[in-house]
Design a protein around this ligand. Structure first.
Ligand code: 5GP
Length: 199
C-alpha cells in the first residue's frame, strides 16, 4: 500500500482502561486518533466530535450504505464505525494512527490490513475491571452485568492480537505501547527500501 504511518489498533474489554491509556499516549506522542461514529447516547462529559460523532441510527445506516466506514460493528445494541477517508489520508501523510475499536472491528481490519499492529489491553484482574466499571457510574446494574459477561468472552480473543498489555499502571501501559510502535517501525519488511537506499 506504500503508506508511511503506523496503524495501531487497540481493543480490550470495557473497563480495561483503553480510553485512559490512549489519552496518555496521545499527550506524549504525535499520533492521530480516529473519532468513531456511534448511535449510542453521550455519557456525562462526552463531547460530540471529540469522543465520538454521536449519530442517529438512520444516518448511521445511510453511511453504511454509502460505504463511509472502514469497519463497523454492533456492540451492546449500538452501532460503532470508523470513518474511512481520514484514516488512510493520515497514514499516507506519515502520521501514526490509533483506532480504539472492539474485537469484531479489529479482526475485520486485521484481515484487510495486516501491516497494522494489534494490541489487546487487559485489566489486572476481573475484580479490578468490575470496580472500574462500577466507579464510572454510567452503567445500570443490567448493563454492568452485560459488560462483565462480555468481558469474559472478549478476553478469550486476546490470542488473536499481536500484543497484550496489562493496564496496571497507566504510565507502564503507555511505555509498553510506545515500545511496540517503535519495534513495529524497525521491522525489516517495512523499512527494507529505506535501508537498501543507504548502502
Ligand atoms: P463505549 O460505549 O464504552 O464507548 O464503547 C463500547 C465498545 O465499542 C468499546 O469496545 C469500543 O472500543 C468499541 N468501539 C468504539 N468505536 C468503535 C468503532 O469505530 N468500531 C468498532 N468496531 N468498535 C468501536
Amino acid at each position: 500500500m506504500g503508506v508511511k504511518g503506523q496503524l495501531l489498533v487497540i481493543s480490550g474489554p470495557s473497563g480495561a482502561g483503553k480510553g485512559t491509556v490512549c489519552k496518555a499516549l496521545l499527550e506524549k506522542n504525535d499520533i492521530w486518533i480516529s473519532v468513531s461514529a456511534t448511535t449510542r447516547s453521550p455519557r456525562a462529559g462526552e463531547v460530540d466530535g471529540i469522543n465520538y460523532f454521536f449519530t442517529p441510527r438512520e444516518d448511521f445506516l445511510k453511511k453504511i450504505e454509502n460505504d463511509d466506514f472502514l469497519e463497523y460493528a454492533e456492540v451492546y445494541g449500538n452501532f460503532y464505525g470508523t470513518p474511512k477517508s481520514k484514516v488512510f489520508e493520515m497514514l499516507e501523510n506519515g502520521r501514526d494512527v490509533i483506532l480504539e475499536i472492539d474485537i469484531q472491528g479489529a479482526l475485520k481490519i486485521k484481515s484487510a490490513y495486516p501491516d497494522g499492529v494489534f494490541v489487546f489491553i487487559l485489566p489486572p484482574s476481573m475484580e479490578e475491571l468490575e470496580s472500574r466499571i462500577t466507579n464510572r457510574g454510567s452503567e445500570t446494574p443490567e448493563s454492568l452485568k452485560t459488560r462483565l459477561n462480555a468481558a469474559y468472552d472478549e478476553i478469550s480473543f486476546a490470542s488473536k492480537y499481536d500484543y497484550a498489555v496489562v493496564n496496571d499502571r497507566v504510565e507502564d501501559a503507555v511505555k509498553k505501547i510506545e515500545s511496540i510502535i517503535m519495534a513495529e517501525k524497525c521491522r525489516v519488511y517495512k523499512i527494507k527500501d529505506e535501508i537498501l537506499g543507504r548502502f
